[in-house]
Design a binder for this molecule. Structure first.
Ligand code: 26M
Length: 814
C-alpha cells in the first residue's frame, strides 16, 4: 500500500486473544470480568474485521490502479443476514476464534446469537443482491453494491392471539461494528423546485433545475469478503442527513421546534424499509428514497471514484449499472441530467453513453407489481427528470413510428407515459427503452417476460432480451448453514466445490453407496435435532423427531399459495378425525411455516391467523399426536433460514404456474438435500430438469393450462365436485380451528370459494396426489436418501457464481 503496510494480526489463537482483549479494553472500554455479552460480541466483531482490513485496503488500491470496468449494482434492498459467521468463514478463522473465545472463558455461540441481522430487504430480491455481491467478491470482479442504510429494516414479526403484530427492527441500537461512515464522501441531493431555460456562455439555450430543498447522503461502507481469496469488495449504503442549512435554520430561527421538524423531515428518507414486496403504493417518501440513493451513487461513482480527469465519453468502458428491478430506474434520467446539464454534453451523445451504461433485471410477472409514478408527483419532486423522461419518450416513439409505420395503437401501448387511470411513468418501459439488456430471472420467467409483459418491445428489439437464472451463494447457504453436510462432502470429494459448485456432480456415484447414504442421513438427523432444540428455546415449539420435516418458508402471498398447503394439512387431519384413515397409517409429518405479510395486506394477515389457528388445534389434538404437527415460528429471516433449510426433508414450492419469477429458496433446499414438491414454475422447471423427474414431485397445471382455464374459472365447481375438498373446506369453515368462530375463517374461505385468483382449488387434487407419492417415497429411507443426495449432486448450477458468470458473459462484458 502506498502509505505503508497495514498490520494484520497473526492468525493464531494467541494473536486472536490479544487482539480481542485489546478491542474489549481499548475499543469497548471494559474489562473482560465486567463485560456483557454485547461488549464481547462487539469486541469479537472488531477483532474479525481487523483481519479483513488489509485485504480491503489492498483491494481498493488495486481497483483504483487497474481502472477496469466496474459493476455498480443498484438495489434498494440487501438482505445480508448476520455478518460475524460469514466473515469468520471467509477469513478461515472459525477454529482460531472458537479456541480463542474458550480460552477467555466465553461461549462463542452466545456471541454469534447476539448479532441482529441487517434485514435491509423484504425477501427474494434483497437476498439475491446479497448473494450476488458475495459471488462477485469471490470471483474478484470489481463491483460496488449501492443501496440504502435503512435505520429500521424489515419489521420483526410477533404473534398476538395468532395474529401478526409488527415490531420496529432497530438493528443498529446495540452498536454496528461492521460499518464505516465516510463523511468525506458525503453527497448533496436536490429535490423539488422548477426548471428554467437560460443561455449559457456559448449562447446556447439550456435547461436548468432550480431545486428548493436538499439533503446530504452519508455513505457507510461494509466489507464484502471473497471466499478466502484476499479480496474484499465494498457495499456502500447511504443514510440521509439534514444539510447545514437545516442546522443554521435551527440556530437562527425563532421557531426552534419547526426547525427541528425540518431536520427530522430530511432524515426520514432513510428511516425505514417499505415492507411491501409487490403492489407498490406510489408513496412520495418511497420515490424520495429511490432518487436519494440513486443520485448519491451516480455522483459517488462519477465524481469520487473515477479519476478526476476521466473522459466521460468513455464511461461505458468503465461502468455498467445493473438495475435491480425498477426501484433504481430514476438513475436513467439522472445520468442524462448529469451529462447534459452538468457536464455539457449534447443530448444525442449523452443518450448514446447512457444507453450503453444500463441494464435492467425484472423480477416479477404480476401486472400489479409493475411500478408506475404519477406525472404529478414526479413533476413536483423531480421536475427536470420528468422533462428528460418526456424527451426520451418522444424520441423513442418516433423510432417506433419509423419501425412500424401507421400503428398508432402500438405507439400508445409502448409509450413510457401511461394516460390511464392517471398520467404516469411506466418505470419498466423506461428501463427497457434505455437499457442495453433486459433480463428475467429464470428461463420460464424470461420467456413470459418476452411474450406477455413486454411483447412489443421484444418484437422491436429481440436481442435486448436475455435470461440469467438466479443463484444462491454456497458459502452462506451450504458451508456456513450446514457445516456437517459440508464436512461430509469435503471428506468425500475435496473442498473445490465451495467455489466451483458443479463439482458436486462428483457425489453422484455415492448416492449408491450405503455407507455414504447412512452418513448423509445422520447429518440430516443431526440438523433436525439442532433445529428442534432451537425452536424449543426460541419459540417454545416442540418438533417431534422421527417425522418428515415439510417446510414452506417465503413471504406470504396469495400467488405463492400458503392456503393450498393449509388445505393439505386440514385434509390429512380430517382423514384421521373423520375415521377414514387410522392415525398409525399417516406418515409422521411436521409442517413448518415461515412467512411475513406486508402490514397492509389484509388477506395475507388472515391467512397467517388461520395457519396459527390450525397449528394450535392440530398440535393439541391427541388423535393425531406424533403423526401430524404444525409449527409456525415467528419472524422468518435469513438467520432462521440458515437453521431451517438444512433440516428439511421436503421443500414446498407450490406457486401457481407463471407467477413465481424464479424463487431462490427452492435452490437452497435442493442444495441441502431436501426433495421438492412443486409446480412447473420459475426455477422449479430448471431444478426438475437437472435433478431428474424421479427426484422431484411435480404437480399442478402448466402456465398455458392456467391461461386456458382462466376465462370463467369457477372455484366453487371444484368444491361441489370433489368430496375430499368439500370435506376439508367444510371442516375449516365450521370454526373447528377457531373455537367455533365461523366469522374468523370467513375471509379466507369466501375468497377461496368465490375468487381464488391463484387457483388453489383447481390444483388441490393434483397436489394431494403428489403428496401421496411423497409419502410412498419417504417410506423407503434408502431410496429417499438416494434422491436427496442426487438433488445435492445435481444442483451445482444454482450457485450465484454461475449467475455472475452469466451476467458477465451476456450483459456486462466486464
Ligand atoms: C416496490 C415499491 C414499493 C415498495 C416495495 C416494492 C418492492 C420491494 C421488493 C417490490 C418488490 C420487491 O421484491 C420482489 C421480489 O422479491 N421478487 C422476487 O425476486 C426473486 C429474486 O429474483 C425471485 O426469486 C422471486 O421469484 C421474486 O418474487
Amino acid at each position: 500500500l502506498a502509505s505503508g503496510p497495514v498490520v494484520q494480526p497473526a492468525p493464531t489463537v494467541d494473536g486472536f486473544v490479544e487482539t480481542f482483549l485489546g478491542e474489549l479494553n481499548y475499543g469497548q472500554g471494559v474489562l473482560l470480568s465486567q463485560s456483557t455479552v454485547n461488549d464481547q460480541y462487539l469486541a469479537l466483531a472488531r477483532t474479525v474485521r481487523r483481519y479483513l482490513m488489509a485485504d480491503w485496503l489492498e483491494t481498493g488500491a488495486r481497483r483504483r490502479q487497474a481502472q477496469q470496468k466496474t459493476v455498480a449494482y443498484l438495489s434498494a434492498e440487501y438482505l445480508l443476514g448476520r455478518q460475524l459467521g460469514n466473515n469468520l468463514l471467509a477469513t478461515n478463522l472459525q477454529d482460531v476464534a472458537d479456541a480463542a473465545m474458550s480460552r477467555c472463558g466465553i461461549d462463542i455461540a452466545s456471541l454469534r446469537a447476539q448479532e441482529v441481522e441487517p434485514g435491509l430487504g423484504n425477501g427474494g430480491l434483497g437476498r439475491l443482491a446479497a448473494c450476488f455481491v458475495d459471488s462477485l467478491a469471490t470471483m474478484d470482479v470489481p463491483c460496488i453494491g449501492y443501496g440504502i442504510r435503512y435505520e429500521y429494516g424489515i419489521f420483526r414479526q410477533t404473534f398476538e392471539g395468532d395474529r401478526q403484530v409488527e415490531v420496529p427492527d432497530s438493528w443498529l441500537s446495540l452498536g454496528s461494528p461492521w460499518e464505516f461512515p465516510h463523511p468525506e464522501r458525503q453527497v448533496l441531493v436536490h429535490f423539488g423546485g422548477r426548471t428554467e431555460e437560460v443561455t449559457d456562455e456559448n449562447g446556447r439555450v439550456v435547461c436548468r433545475w432550480v431545486p428548493d430543498w436538499n439533503v446530504v447522503g452519508m455513505p457507510y461502507h461494509y466489507m464484502v469478503p471473497g471466499h478466502r481469496n484476499g479480496v474484499v469488495n465494498t457495499l456502500r449504503l447511504w443514510s440521509a442527513k439534514a444539510t447545514q442549512a437545516f442546522d443554521l435554520q435551527i440556530f437562527n430561527s425563532g421557531d426552534y421546534a419547526e426547525a427541528v421538524r425540518a431536520q427530522t423531515f430530511a432524515e426520514n428518507i432513510s428511516k425505514v424499509l417499505y415492507p411491501e414486496d409487490s403492489t407498490p403504493q406510489g408513496k412520495e417518501l418511497r420515490l424520495q428514497q429511490q432518487y436519494f440513493f440513486v443520485a448519491c451513487s451516480l455522483h459517488d461513482f462519477i465524481d469520487n471514484t473515477l479519476p478526476h480527469d476521466f473522459d466521460l465519453r468513455r464511461l461505458p468502458e468503465r461502468l455498467v449499472v445493473q438495475l435491480n428491478d425498477t426501484h433504481p430506474v430514476i438513475a436513467i434520467p439522472e445520468l442524462m441530467r448529469i451529462l447534459v446539464d452538468r457536464k455539457g454534453f449534447d443530448w444525442d451523445e449523452a443518450w448514446d453513453i447512457t444507453k450503453r451504461c444500463f441494464a435492467y433485471t425484472c423480477h416479477t410477472l404480476l401486472p400489479e407489481a409493475l411500478e408506475v409514478w404519477s406525472v404529478e408527483l414526479l413533476g413536483r419532486l423531480l421536475p427536470r427528470h420528468l422533462e428528460i423522461i418526456y424527451r426520451i419518450n418522444e424520441e423513442f416513439l418516433e423510432e417506433v413510428r419509423e419501425a412500424f409505420p401507421g400503428d398508432e395503437m402500438l405507439v400508445r401501448r409502448m409509450s413510457v407515459i401511461a394516460e390511464h387511470p392517471e398520467r404516469s411513468v411506466r418505470m419498466a418501459y423506461l428501463a427497457t427503452v434505455a437499457g442495453s439488456k433486459v433480463n428475467g430471472v429464470a428461463e420460464l420467467h424470461s420467456q413470459l417476460l418476452r411474450d406477455k409483459v413486454l411483447p412489443d418491445f421484444s418484437r422491436m428489439w429481440p436481442d435486448k432480451f436475455t435470461n440469467v437464472t438466479n443463484g444462491i451463494t454456497p458459502r452462506r447457504f451450504v458451508l456456513l448453514a450446514n457445516r456437517r453436510l459440508s464436512d461430509l462432502v469435503t471428506d468425500t470429494i475435496g473442498d473445490g466445490w465451495v467455489t466451483d459448485l458443479d463439482r458436486l456432480r462428483e457425489l453422484e456415484p455415492y448416492a449408491d453407496d450405503a455407507s455414504f447414504r447412512a452418513a448423509f442421513r445422520e447429518v440430516k438427523q443431526g440438523n433436525k435435532e439442532r433445529l428442534a432444540a432451537l425452536l424449543r428455546v426460541r419459540d417454545g415449539l416442540e418438533i417431534p423427531q422421527d417425522s418428515m420435516l415439510d417446510v414452506m418458508v417465503k413471504r406470504l402471498h396469495e400467488y405463492k399459495r400458503q392456503t393450498l398447503k393449509l388445505l393439505h394439512i386440514v385434509s390429512l387431519y380430517d382423514d384421521v378425525v373423520s375415521g377414514r384413515v387410522a392415525a398409525e397409517d399417516l406418515t409422521p409429518r411436521t409442517v413448518v411455516f415461515g412467512a411475513k405479510a406486508a402490514p397492509g395486506y389484509h388477506l395475507a394477515k388472515e391467512i397467517i391467523f388461520l395457519v396459527n389457528a390450525v397449528a394450535d388445534t392440530v398440535n393439541a389434538d391427541p388423535r393425531v399426536a406424533g403423526r401430524l404437527s404444525v409449527a409456525f415460528p415467528a419472524n422468518y429471516n435469513v438467520t432462521l433460514a440458515e437453521k431451517l433449510i438444512p433440516a428439511a426433508d421436503l421443500s414446498e414450492q407450490i406457486s401457481l404456474a407463471g407467477k413465481e419469477a424464479s424463487g431462490t429458496g427452492n435452490m437452497k433446499f435442493a442444495l441441502n438435500g431436501a426433495l421438492t414438491i412443486g409446480t412447473d414454475d420459475g426455477a422449479n422447471v430448471e431444478i426438475r430438469r437437472l435433478v431428474g423427474d424421479d427426484h422431484f414431485f411435480l404437480f399442478g397445471m402448466t402456465e398455458p393450462e392456467v391461461e386456458r382455464l382462466r376465462p370463467g374459472y369457477t372455484p366453487s365447481m371444484y368444491y361441489e365436485e370433489d368430496a375430499r375438498l368439500r370435506s376439508t373446506i367444510d371442516l375449516l369453515a365450521s370454526g373447528h380451528f377457531t373455537g367455533g368462530d365461523r366469522q374468523a375463517v370467513a375471509p379466507v374461505i369466501d375468497n377461496l370459494l368465490h375468487q381464488d385468483a391463484f387457483m388453489a382449488l383447481a390444483d388441490f387434487r393434483s397436489y394431494l396426489d403428489a403428496q401421496e407419492r411423497v409419502e410412498a417415497a419417504y417410506a423407503d429411507p434408502d431410496a429417499w436418501s438416494r434422491s436427496a443426495i442426487l438433488n445435492v449432486a445435481r444442483s451445482g448450477f444454482f450457485s450465484s457464481d454461475r449467475s455472475m458468470r452469466d451476467y458477465l458473459d451476456r450483459i456486462w462484458h466486464a
